[in-house]
Design a protein around this ligand. Structure first.
Ligand SMILES: C[S@@+](CC[C@H](N)C(=O)[O-])C[C@H]1O[C@@H](n2cnc3c(N)ncnc32)[C@H](O)[C@@H]1O
Length: 509
């Protein structure tokens, strides 16, 4: 069954070759105190089915990732506003004409306003009216004092949600295979900027480096650049990557456990140019702020966040077009006619469009490519913004700053933004995560690991594998129903943007 993911034999052989070499080391993903939900399987095991797979002694004691919810909205499908605490929707066509229309109010009774709530309310007060959903989302996520991402570790069983790199080290290894294939297609340049946007705990990068550590030419060519806004996560990334700081060196520069130079920045624009780039964005675009629109009798109105007379946040409709409507119109130009006729709600993410254009310009001038993996749609996105706290979906207005906010990624908007800004780049995909990992050879990897492991390790491997490439409930699961692992294989999509000179990137051939 595992082999069904391989659809391109010659390419699969190439990846298998990379994987075999990659796997001949003996290093393992070590447990860090913060990686509570990771499947601790070895990195350095040969994919040759006859070879031994080695597990660290403490592997079996690691908690399973299955209790963790991912952020793709499985339990809160796009289009649904039935999150737990919504009490009230009232849209009145008559009221629409000159007034802000209350779309939703929120029943949460906070004991006392948090600093972030006070800050949001003061913005609304001084602005003299509601703020966009995008501004609200940005404040909630990355406000420098109280943003959701800023001060804590939000991943794993003890955190708020789980991501693929935390599910299994195989994910970072496969992204490493992709990066090495691209580097080969680029002609094996001896200097490359390996950039990761939103690296979380640094787990993907650590697994990529361990997996690639046998490829000396690749490892020696790379400089790592992490784009991270959160001081707390930056600290965790340094621990995960076992960073060494030279005495007196800037705290934003170090070397990783592979001796690779690494630096941190707040934005992609700060990362040095002039060197080919391999850019990785895993679950980064979904955290970028979205504007929401709703079709009303007078046309498309922006949904905005206001404070009601009862001092609670509520969602209202703008009485007239707002500046963000320009992005809505831009997005409509790229939509298919049949898509447009059905729409009642639309989300647009100008930041994603702008970031994509920054990426595309860099790739166009310096060479290289970008890999974007996220949950999202190969279509216009309607109404997907959601909040997750402690593995449960909650109302987006509920205690802002204490829950993650994220929205589906609009992949056609990314493709069009990239190709609009430069004729030298081409966007490929999206393909499903299952196709992406399958065509890169994840099945060889898991089969080899399954050759030599305890029952408990095998269960954890299968769970991680299923979670990454499967779709829906795991068919082999025998544990408690509420912990059944739900596959991320089709809900997560992968897209590559590359310089045309290099040809189509693997595995998007
Ligand atoms: C959902 S997490 C994904 C983490 C990681 N890629 C993974 O898959 O585990 C989003 C990451 O992006 C970072 N982030 C969010 N918004 C950002 C922004 N505007 N600029 C830089 N980093 C940001 C967060 O701090 C976090 O590291």
């Amino acid at each position: 069954m595992l082999r069904r993911f391989i659809t391109q034999p010659s390419f699969a052989q190439r990846c298998r070759c990379l994987l075999s070499r990659q796997a001949s080391g003996d290093s393992f993903r070590q447990c860090s105190s913060s990686s509570t939900a990771s499947s601790q399987v070895p990195v350095g095991t040969s994919v040759d089915p006859t070879a031994d797979a080695h597990f660290p002694d403490d592997y079996a004691s690691q908690p399973s990732a299955t209790i963790s919810v991912d952020r793709s909205g499985l339990n809160n499908p796009p289009g649904s506003t039935s999150v737990y605490l919504f009490i009230f929707i009232r849209i009145s066509v008559e009221m629409c004409l000159n007034l802000l229309v209350v779309v939703a109010e929120h029943s949460h009774e906070p004991s006392e306003d948090s600093e972030l709530v006070k800050h949001l309310k003061s913005i609304i007060k001084f602005r003299g009216g509601p703020i966009s959903v995008a501004e609200y989302m940005e404040e909630v996520l990355i406000n420098p004092k109280a943003g959701f991402y800023i001060n804590r570790d939000i991943f794993g069983a003890e955190g708020d949600f789980i991501t693929s790199p935390e599910v299994s080290q195989m994910f970072g290894e496969m992204v490493g295979v992709w990066a090495m294939c691209l580097w080969e297609q680029m002609g094996q340049p001896n200097r490359v900027n390996l950039v990761e946007l939103g690296p979380g705990r640094g787990t993907l990068m650590a697994d990529l480096l361990r997996g690639a550590s046998k490829f000396e030419n690749f490892i020696q060519s790379i400089n790592i650049h992490m784009v991270e806004v959160s001081p707390a996560l930056k600290k965790i990334q340094k621990t995960t990557l076992k960073c060494n700081h030279e005495d007196g060196a800037d705290e934003n520069t170090a070397t990783t456990f592979t001796g690779t130079p690494i630096s941190w920045y707040s934005t992609l624009e700060e990362v040095p140019i002039g060197v080919p780039a391999i850019i990785i964005a895993h679950e980064f675009f979904d955290a970028l702020p979205v504007y929401q629109f709703q079709k009303a009798s007078r046309g498309w109105c922006e949904k905005m966040i206001d404070v009601g007379e009862d001092s609670k946040f509520r969602i209202v409709l703008s009485p007239q077009p707002t500046p963000a409507t320009l992005y809505l119109l831009k997005r409509f130009k790229w939509a298919r006619t049949e898509e447009l006729t059905k729409l009642e709600h639309v989300e647009v993410c100008p930041r994603a469009m702008d970031l994509t254009q920054t990426i595309a310009k860099r790739i166009s001038s310096d060479g290289g490519g970008a890999l974007i993996i996220d949950y999202g749609l190969d279509a216009i996105v309607s109404d997907s913004l959601q909040a997750i706290r402690k593995h449960k979906f909650v109302n987006i207005l509920d205690d802002p700053g204490s829950a993650d906010l994220s929205a589906y990624v609009d992949f056609p908007a990314i493709k069009n933004s990239a190709e609009e800004v430069s004729e030298d780049v081409c966007a490929y995909g999206p393909i499903t995560q299952s196709q992406f990992l399958g065509n890169l050879g994840i099945n060889f990897r898991v089969e080899a690991l399954l050759q030599n492991c305890t029952d408990e390790q095998a269960e954890s491997l299968r769970t991680g594998y299923w979670r990454l490439v499967g779709d829906g409930d795991a068919p082999f699961w025998e544990g408690p129903n509420e912990q059944t692992p739900i596959g991320m294989g089709t809900r997560y999509l992968a897209m590559a943007i590359v310089n045309k000179k290099q040809g189509a990137p693997v595995p998007f051939l």
